[in-house]
Design a protein around this ligand. Structure first.
Ligand code: SME
Length: 318
């Protein structure tokens, strides 16, 4: 088996490990184990960007390693600073190489990006000289891109967040959801505080999705199906500014996509929507008992009709 074949055979396992787990440390831990065991490297692991100017040791397999590396230092700090993969056939010939283990002879470091920024590096050491080449670089870059995937975030306020979370969780391409409070003026509000309607927050679902499976345009189209877009501060029986509707984005480019869909619906309905379209200025995760509330309480209160969930259940993975 060539190493190309080995890498190619690993990809399905990488995808399933990465998409089944929302916690990044857990994903890195299993990825390090998968690569390490498959290739019997000497050291396989991650360093994560911390405090803006250094890397801190993350999940790894192999002997003990140094815990902190400064921007631009060593192979890891160089790969981070220059935002590129660095292949080192002989570590002794790399000026500034940091020898965590005297047995390491060659090394490869690949940047791990999230939303275009380097947030970690994948570092692999070998006890032989010249272990890594372009083939490793290409495959490991693909694999490093899977750590965060091409995921994007958007926040939907759709009235009571219990039913809204259940709905968004059912949509193929949605990889993670959490409920919380968006765009108010109090830090870390409790549900009780938000309930008084004095903190400015809207009950909201944070949706993380894979744009290769579901687009923002499709998501906002589905969102419009679960709200009354003309109702101000009221959805179903729930009334108050905390139950207002809104779409909150973090990436300005999303505004163009969203505003087109808002306009399209306004034209169709012949009137202005009562739905906010704003930058996300703050999101605070709600207490644990609100997360996945209707999974934990199947008969619990839900302002959305059963037809909405039937519709969501019919959505097919592309
Ligand atoms: N050799 C790395 C330091 C980390 S160890 O290889 C685990 C470097 O020069 O950045």
């Amino acid at each position: 088996m060539t190493k190309e074949d080995k890498y190619a055979a690993l990809i399905p396992a990488v995808h399933s490990l990465m998409s089944d787990e929302p916690d990044e440390i857990a994903r890195m831990a299993n990825l390090a184990a998968l690569l390490h065991n498959e290739f019997q490297f000497w050291w396989t692991g991650f360093y994560r960007v911390a405090d803006g100017d250094q890397l801190v040791l993350g999940p790894f397999q192999g002997p003990l390693a140094c815990t902190r590396i400064r921007l631009g230092k060593g192979v890891c700090g160089t790969a981070w600073a220059e935002d590129r993969t660095v292949v080192v056939p002989d570590v002794e010939k790399f000026p500034g190489h940091i020898a965590c283990s005297s047995e390491s002879r060659s090394e490869i470091v690949v940047p791990v990006r999230f939303k275009g920024q380097v947030v970690a590096v994948l570092d692999i050491d070998s006890r032989e000289l010249g272990t890594f080449d372009e083939v490793d670089a290409n495959w490991l870059e693909k694999i490093a891109d899977c750590v965060y995937g091409p995921q994007r975030d958007i926040w939907f306020a759709a009235g009571c967040f219990w039913g809204a979370q259940k709905f968004f969780k059912m949509i193929p391409g949605v990889e993670f959801t959490e409920v919380g409070f968006a765009n108010g003026w109090v830090q870390n509000p409790t549900y009780e505080q938000v309930y008084t309607d004095t903190t400015g927050h809207a009950e909201c679902v944070h949706v993380r999705y894979n744009p290769e499976i579901v687009s923002l345009k499709e998501l906002v189209g589905l969102y419009f199906k679960i709200i009354d877009p003309l109702s101000l501060n009221r959805q179903g029986e729930d009334e108050g500014t905390r139950y207002r509707t809104g779409v909150y984005y973090e990436d300005e480019r999303d505004f163009d996509i969203l505003s087109k869909e808002f306009l399209r619906l306004e034209k169709k309905l012949g009137t202005e929507l009562a739905v906010e379209l704003r930058h996300i200025t703050g999101f605070f995760r709600a207490e644990d008992y609100h997360q996945d509330y209707l999974d934990k309480n199947p008969g619990g209160y839900c302002h959305l009709s059963p037809e909405i969930f039937k519709m969501a259940a019919k959505l097919k993975k592309k």
